[in-house]
Design a protein around this ligand. Structure first.
Ligand code: FAD
Ligand code: THG
Length: 814
């Protein structure tokens, strides 16, 4: 049986010991520098508020499991979970509207929740001044975790199954044999291990660094205070129950509250980010009860106290009695960090995890270690989700600080960070900026969302009758009606799209074809010049990614991928006779699509680009003017045309060449919003949003990309052979009301019952309605009526046959 060492006996380490031993891996040693179970880590003082609802389905699932698990734990001192419920109040109209959005997430992810009037809020939480609030959102299953009891109960259960707990044992180093991890070195000697899991909380980045791994997390201080006795609370709770009122969030002032018998605990994020310098941590925390507590900085708390007393007037006569600046981890995107070190197999991390998500993260990590894959989609938390730049200390610090500031903000789905923009720009960037591009950010890249230079064209089209339904204020943020004109113009004439940020790899070497055959579902071992749409599956048949694979030479393939996780997945499995290279940065890509695309390109190209001369899903190395290019006749927007790749130094010249050649046809640059709505019309999925590792190809409507009959035993094939018919499938739905807009994650109901959720959506200029993808029960079929809740409105939609636009492929294959 494999030997496991878990570093850290906080809520994560103990939960992991429980989950591993429950799966039969009982040779587990949990080591902690501190005493058990108040080790001195973040868990030791966590006030334990558990609000389950999160924009992320996965994080919500992690929290839901934590609540279920903690509710069922036994501890001699009392409850490990007290389901007092959760209440979030709004003091601004914007927050009130956002609580509707939150209620939507709760419904989508299966958390009971109710929107309340101010009077109803006060009935639940009588300390609230009803005159201060506009409404609230109540989630009855939320509550308080007693983190130390939960840690102890889980650790004892693991111990009963054979695990060993070693307090007062500091890990001084990680040992390996040059290939994989072999153990840890402690002050008392070496502990051998086949698997070492770093669950060392905000100290984890130090271990990781020692083994050559960058964990993008920043330990930050966050203020927590307890008041003196509050007369209104006296007699409400016993020492045992501690709390009876719902845990409370006042997010407009970055505050949260819980009861401690007859006192209130107040947590505040309203202060400036306070990153902790790990090199001076010991000195900085010397006079404090534990090394995760910094001295309280009273002046930072003053505004929080005033805001708290405004919401809860009962605080007026009270004051802060105990307080500290507690330390825990922040990450650039707010998600946890999970996975195995690629260069040091056997070294795993489970880091930047709240108490709220702890059991869920632990279960997924245990499944991953024991079974090879977690049962929920963990891509948002994947250790290898970060682009290179996102590992630089500067990036980690700035973005994590922004994440701290925004932790309770109303964040729009298209609101991109402002810190450190402009890091990755395509060679077209100068031209785009001059054309008034509005840039979104993705993977560090600047990506035009629309171009102000198309405003006049848009105006003309609208006057000629192109419909642009009015949108609500929320949906118009980070959006422009110009995008509708760009999409329309692509279908009517021709447009150019910057595809440079599309991740691409060169896979080469004598083993390249066999490798890709083994890794992906479709047959890619075809003639030179072939392009194949294919899937990466995990061992359970879940979709890890969807790729295009172009065979540029017998032993050279260009792979169009989705994220750094694809590179990681392929790297781990790459045999010695295959070279894998990320060529995204050194190259650029321009998509030229629309009915006039051939007329733009043909005069520039020495080769035959006719429908027969350059067939659909073929690739060719050629020239456009003087510029060497690789062209692929592929179109994510579903139009005639090509992706044109060139070495980056030609980019600007390529842009100018196509712009000039396209001028007689009225070519326009078009942005991401148009791109997105066009691909949704055409039925193309976006990995990570529409489908993830939780879904198999049949459910996602991608069976056509799986070649079960090919000779190679590709990854995931065996699982697909056993797979039952899917009970949930991805569908396109079309809204009745032309003005209906959704942005993603909204709950979908049939006959008043929530049965699924929206993944992505876009306004279709072709049919003048918004089209959305939604996961729905397989029993809901084409023609069925559904309703979608969007920030307080309810829209009717109908399940549509796919794709909504051009099912005959006549637009592409001409
Ligand atoms: P820890 O509990 O820090 O455990 C890590 C362990 O690793 C420690 O015990 C440490 O001693 C050990 N360790 C480190 N280095 C070594 C070494 N070299 N050798 C041996 N052992 C080592 N979360 C919520 O969900 N809800 C809340 O309401 C909430 N409120 C919070 C309020 C405050 C003020 C703070 C600071 C945090 C709060 N959190 C909350 C966050 C939560 O406390 C943490 O995210 C969580 O406890 C982290 O658990 P962990 O097991 O990863 O880390
Ligand atoms: N271009 C390239 N690579 C990519 C993408 C891209 N890789 C990642 C991502 N996008 C992959 N997604 C898709 C989705 C659909 C298609 C291409 C890439 C597509 N599908 C055809 C269809 O379904 O009709 C496939 C037809 C066929 O298999 O013959 O075109 O945008 N380079």
């Amino acid at each position: 049986m494999p030997k496991v060492v878990v570093i850290g006996a906080g809520i994560v380490g103990t939960s992991l010991a429980d989950e591993l031993t429950a799966r039969g891996w009982t040779d587990v040693t949990v080591v902690d520098r501190g005493p058990l179970f108040a080790t001195g880590g973040s868990t030791s003082h966590a006030p334990g508020l558990v609000f389950q609802t999160n924009p992320s389905k996965t994080m919500t699932a992690f929290a839901k499991y934590t609540v279920e698990k903690f509710n069922a734990l036994d501890h001699p001192d009392g409850w490990a979970f007290n389901p007092v419920g959760g209440l979030e109040v709004a003091t601004t109209p914007e927050r009130l509207a956002d609580l509707h959005r939150k209620a939507g997430w709760a419904q989508s992810w299966g958390i009971e929740g109710h929107l309340l009037t101010p009077a109803e809020c006060v009935r639940l939480h009588p300390l609230i001044d009803p005159g201060r609030i506009l409404g609230g959102f109540h989630t009855p299953a939320d509550g308080l975790a007693k983190a130390l009891r939960a840690a102890e109960a889980q650790a004892r259960r693991a111990e009963a199954r054979g695990a060993t707990l070693r307090p007062h044992t500091e890990v001084l180093g990680i040992l390996d044999n040059g290939h994989r991890v072999t153990g840890v070195r402690t002050a008392d000697g070496v502990i051998d291990a086949d698997v070492v899991v770093c669950a060392a909380g905000f100290w984890g980045a130090q271990f990781a660094k020692e083994v050559g791994l960058v964990l993008p997390l920043v330990p930050m201080a966050h203020q927590y205070a307890r008041t003196g006795q509050i007369p209104d609370l006296v007699g409400r709770n016993t020492e045992l129950t501690e709390a009876g009122l719902p845990i409370l969030r006042h997010q407009d002032q970055d505050l949260y509250f819980r009861e401690h018998v007859d006192r209130l605990g107040i947590g505040s994020y309203s202060h400036k980010p306070m990153p902790v310098d790990m090199t001076t941590l010991l000195a900085d925390t010397a006079g404090e009860p534990m090394p995760s507590m910094m001295p309280f900085t009273e002046e930072d708390f003053a505004p929080a106290w005033r805001a708290a007393a405004e919401l809860l007037p009962a605080l007026g006569d009270s004051k802060v009695e105990e307080a500290f600046n507690g330390i825990f981890s922040f990450t650039p995107d707010g998600f946890s960090i999970m996975g195995e070190h690629r260069e040091l197999p056997g070294f795993w991390v489970a880091e930047a995890v709240w108490v709220t998500h702890s059991a869920g993260v632990a279960r997924a990590t245990a499944e991953w270690i024991v079974d090879g894959a977690p049962s929920v989609d963990t891509h948002e938390c994947d250790l290898y989700r970060f682009e290179d730049i996102a590992r630089s200390p500067e990036f980690v610090m700035q973005t994590s600080s922004q994440a701290f500031v925004e932790v309770y903000d109303v964040v729009h789905p298209h609101q991109y960070r402002t810190a450190l923009r402009g890091l990755r720009t395509s060679p077209f960037h100068g031209r785009q900026a001059a054309l008034g591009a509005y840039f979104y950010e993705g993977g560090g890249w600047e990506r035009p969302a629309w171009y102000e230079s198309n405003a006049a064209l848009a105006q003309r089209l609208f006057e000629d009758g192109l419909a642009v339904p009015d949108r609500d204020e929320w949906a118009t943020r980070f959006w422009s009606p110009i995008s509708i004109a760009e999409a329309h113009w692509t279908r009517a004439h021709v447009a150019m799209f910057d595809m440079t940020p599309l991740t691409r790899y060169e896979v080469s070497g004598p083993g390249a074809a066999a490798f890709l055959q083994q890794m992906t579902t479709n047959n890619v071992d075809k003639s030179v010049g072939s392009v194949t749409y294919t899937l990466l599956l995990d061992e359970t048949g879940g979709i890890r990614s969807d790729l295009t694979v172009a065979r540029l030479a017998p032993d050279t393939f260009q792979v169009g991928a989705n994220s750094p996780m694809d590179f990681d997945w392929l790297s781990r499995r790459r045999p010695a006779d295959v070279t894998l290279r990320d060529i995204t940065g050194g190259t650029c890509c321009l998509g030229v699509w629309g009915p006039d695309a051939r007329d733009v390109i043909a005069p520039l190209c020495p080769d035959d680009v006719s429908n027969d001369g350059f067939r659909y899903f073929r690739a060719m190395h050629t020239y456009l003017g003087a510029i060497p290019v690789t062209m692929m006749r592929v179109s994510y927007v579903g139009e005639l045309g090509w992706e044109i790749y060139a070495s980056a130094e030609y980019g600007c010249a390529l842009w100018d060449l196509i712009s000039a050649a396209g001028e007689p046809f009225g070519i326009v640059p078009a942005g991401r919003i148009a791109f997105n709505s066009l691909r949704i019309e055409k039925g193309y999925r976006s990995w990570g949003t529409d489908m993830t590792a939780e879904h198999r190809p049949a459910a996602a409507g991608l069976d056509f990309a799986v070649r079960m009959s090919k000779d190679t035993d590709f990854v995931g094939k065996a699982a697909l052979q056993q797979a039952p018919d899917p009970d949930k499938v991805l569908r396109s739905i079309v809204f009745d009301d032309p003005a209906a807009v959704v942005l993603g994650k909204e709950p979908v109901s049939v006959a008043g019952r929530c049965v699924g959720y929206v993944t992505s959506a876009g306004f279709s200029t072709t049919i003048g309605r918004t089209i959305a993808y939604a996961w729905l029960p397989a029993t809901v079929t084409v023609g069925d009526v559904v309703t979608v809740a969007y920030r307080g409105a309810t829209y009717r939609a109908v399940v549509h046959a796919e794709p909504v636009v051009d099912p005959e492929m006549s637009r592409i294959k001409r």
